[in-house]
Design a protein around this ligand. Structure first.
Ligand code: ADP
Ligand code: MG
Length: 265
């Protein structure tokens, strides 16, 4: 069953001007329930715009977005936020830096449940502690620490728990480890993979790392100029190397990926 169906998405920024930029150019995509899809593409390919379209950050010029059988094309972004979890490069985006980890988790937790009610119950507190302890990052002992005081890696790990605590219908990760040092990035990636595997969440992850893109999840997309130019899964993907990916891209997109010097290996 398809968890996400995108049909013919089109979005032009600054239309009718010299600066017109077609960020999504008739993009169609179906994502199965439980899929963990990695997305590659040079800078400006439209990857973040794709996420923003799913999140309802702007009205589309055309096309439709169906999530878990529901047409959400015209649904307001704050309503979608209840069923879509997302993480960005900047660890502070989407969290309240002056609130404690526990309060942030409670906020994320109650956002989907009874929205009029906001309190950290003892029972919830124990639950949050358990979730954090599971990450093995020592966050369970820092529940009263303000989010803004955590290290980048700890913040991303805590944000990941926030984004998944209410079991969203979809998890969107937009280069969420790109701003971290390599060791921390690897640690957060590890946590990410574990969380997705354990929860069976349907997830899309944008990354610049080709090895990671081929190693994580079960399907890889390559975007260029607002379209998906490559979509690999199964044995074809299993046999693919970053080098092979670059060659395939050149064949499909008609220009060299490294010419754009944006996709690093
Ligand atoms: N809010 C915006 N206003 C104008 N142009 C935008 C806006 N958002 C994205 N774009 C343009 O759309 C194109 C795709 O951007 P984006 O989706 O951010 O690319 P990616 O995430 O793949 O690097 C780029 O040319 C970018 O400059
Ligand atoms: Mg982007």
């Amino acid at each position: 069953m398809s968890q996400l169906i995108l049909e013919n998405l089109r979005k032009a920024f600054e239309p009718g001007t010299l600066n017109e930029k077609i960020a999504l150019d008739g993009l169609s995509l179906e994502i199965a329930k439980g899929d963990f899809v990695t997305i590659l593409g040079s800078n400006g390919a439209g990857k973040s715009t794709l996420f923003n379209a799913v999140l309802g950050k702007f009205p589309l010029d055309s096309g439709s977005v169906v999530l878990d059988g529901e047409d959400i094309t015209w649904q307001k972004d704050y309503r979608r936020a209840r069923s879509i979890g997302c993480l960005y490069q900047n660890p502070l985006r989407g969290t309240a830096p002056n609130m404690t980890i526990e309060e942030n988790l409670a906020l994320a937790y109650t956002r989907t449940a009874s929205r009029s009610f906001f309190a950290v119950h003892k029972r919830d507190s124990a639950y949050f502690r358990e979730l954090l302890a599971h990450l093995k990052l020592g966050l369970e002992d820092r529940m009263k620490t303000k989010m803004g005081l955590l290290s980048g890696g700890q913040r991303q790990a805590a944000s990941l728990v926030m984004a998944t605590i209410a079991r969203p219908k979809l998890l969107l990760l937009d280069e969420h480890t790109a701003a971290l040092d390599p060791a921390t990035s690897a640690q957060v990636m590890d946590t990410t993979r574990r969380l997705i595997a354990e929860t069976g969440l349907t997830a899309l992850m944008i990354t610049h790392d080709m090895d990671l893109a081929l190693d994580c999840g079960n399907r890889t997309l390559l975007m260029d100029a607002g379209r998906v130019v490559l979509d690999v899964s199964g044995p074809e993907r299993a046999a693919l190397t970053p080098r092979g990916l670059v060659d395939l891209f050149r064949a499909r997109a008609g220009h060299n990926l490294s010419d754009r010097a944006m996709l690093s290996t």
